[in-house]
Design a protein around this ligand. Structure first.
Ligand SMILES: [Zn+2]
Length: 110
């Protein structure tokens, strides 16, 4: 029988978060730049500009957001390593695909 309130300690990992954010920011930034450029060429001037500006800003914002939000800990289901940025205070474990709730600095099973 599994304890419903089982949880493990969660730590912030700013360095990993920064690296991940930078990688994602650059990737999506390039996507937005390219998309914006094409939109501009085919006539959507303002939308194109908006996309391009967003693509330029994103690589600067994403690492900071990643550094502030990246969580490191142990999965409460399968005790595998968790290293991710929670979405709406939830993380999906990469190994067991279960949903983990991040609350009060801990990782909770549901
Ligand atoms: Zn797991």
């Amino acid at each position: 029988m599994r304890d419903n309130l089982y949880s493990t300690a969660a730590k912030k990992s700013p360095v990993t978060g920064f690296g991940r954010g930078l990688l994602k920011g650059l990737l999506f930034g390039m996507l937005f730049l390219t998309a914006g450029f094409f939109l501009y060429i085919i006539g959507f001037n303002y939308v194109g500009w908006f996309c391009m500006i967003f693509g330029i800003i994103l690589p600067f914002i994403a690492p900071l957001a990643g550094a502030a939000n990246n969580i490191h800990g142990e999965c409460p289901y399968c005790s595998n390593d968790i290293n991710a940025i929670p979405k709406n205070n939830a993380i999906i474990c990469r190994t067991c695909k279960n949903t983990i709730i991040v609350k009060d600095g801990r990782l909770w099973s549901i």
